[in-house]
Design a protein. Sequence first.
Length: 152
Amino acid sequence: MSVALTVDVAAPAADALCGTLLLIGAEAGLLARVRRLQTRHAGLLLLQAADGIEGVRLAQAERPELVLLDMGLPDISGLDVMRRLNGEIDRRGLRVSILTTEPGSMETVRAMSLGAFEYWVKPLASAVFEAGLRRALGGQRADPAHTLQRRR
């Protein structure tokens, strides 16, 4: 089941979040948080996929600017989703931020190597969440605190 929600109000403020955000496998609490953000940011469109296969389909069909990917999905692994979205990441610069409870795990390392923009540790603090959305949707560089920096 996919859900698209948007809030139609006056022109967005300069600091408003704008863009399409796809949540794949996200928990109800995160979904509620995004819906609350939509009341303050008219340009934020939310798409939701309950599982990985539907998420890949929506990402390819709807072309969101950002995907929030929960690594614990009911059907396929988060890594499989990353592999299937790799072309979207390469071709059009899709940003995928992964949601994990294990930031140092091999799964996180692999997801980052497959092109994830950032990883966010659950449960997400509101400030971390909103700052991450601003970076990803605003075209900013990833925060080194949410990436795996390689030393050369």
